[in-house]
Design a protein around this ligand. Structure first.
Ligand code: MAN
Length: 225
């Protein structure tokens, strides 16, 4: 009759078929099992010619797995803590939009806005993206403009302004930054982009996310932990 017992070697090979998040976990557990089998005399621990014993190798492997697992969990925690500190506006209204991007052609450049992430420009003549700022916070400012016939304007009244700071350094100047002014519109659209002074940009953007009444920052309830 054929012998169907799996050797440790075969068990280890199985890990290649596992999704990565499971692989580390299973790997650590298998190592612990191996140490246990050796300690209980079920598996031979026979170092050959000065090589380390299987038990030491397996124990070190198990430690390394646990350490890797810890590092990845610590990274996840840091990421979650950073996210908690982020300003997503009243009722976290901008949280769902995070990372979503859209762009527009304007003059020499294509401009892109990624919600709560970054703004960037790309020259139509070639080359890569230049970051025009990374999202920092939400402010409220007063707009005072004539209404436009096509409705694609800020109009007048308190408007939400998303601050994107600390973008790519400007030659002989500061790091690029962008103020993204929002006004209520049926669909998301970058209406216009201007560079008020060198490397200081202003985007005017229509979005359904700005259709709620704009509250002054002081009125915003503090996030509860
Ligand atoms: C690039 C662009 C412009 C900017 C200049 C400054 O051409 O980022 O918007 O004014 O650099 O050197």
């Amino acid at each position: 009759m054929a012998n169907h017992r799996l050797t440790c070697f075969e068990v280890y090979n199985f890990e290649a078929y596992l999704p990565s998040f499971l692989r580390e976990y299973i790997h650590g557990k298998l190592d612990l099992l191996r140490v246990w089998l050796i300690e209980n005399g079920i598996l031979a621990d026979n170092p050959k010619g000065g090589a380390e014993s299987k038990r030491v190798v397996a124990a070190r492997d198990a430690f390394q797995s646990a350490a890797n697992d810890l590092t990845s969990k610590e990274n996840q925690l840091t990421e979650a803590q950073r996210d908690l500190e982020m300003d997503y506006g009243t009722d976290d209204i901008f949280r769902a939009l995070k990372g979503k991007c859209f762009s527009t052609d304007s003059g020499e450049y294509e401009y892109e806005l990624c919600w709560m992430d970054k703004t960037s420009q790309k020259s139509k003549k070639g080359g890569g993206h230049t970051t025009m700022g990374n999202y920092v916070r939400i402010d409220t400012e007063m707009a005072d403009e004539e209404a436009r016939v096509d409705g694609k304007g800020l109009g007048s009244g308190p408007r939400t302004v998303l601050r994107y700071d600390n973008g790519q350094g400007c030659w002989n100047g500061p790091n690029r930054r962008t103020d993204v002014w929002l006004a209520c519109a049926e669909k998301e659209e970058i209406w216009r982009v201007s560079e008020s002074e060198k490397c200081v940009y202003r985007m005017e953007v229509g979005t359904p996310a700005a259709c709620e009444d704009v509250q002054q920052p002081a009125e915003r309830p503090k996030d509860e932990l």
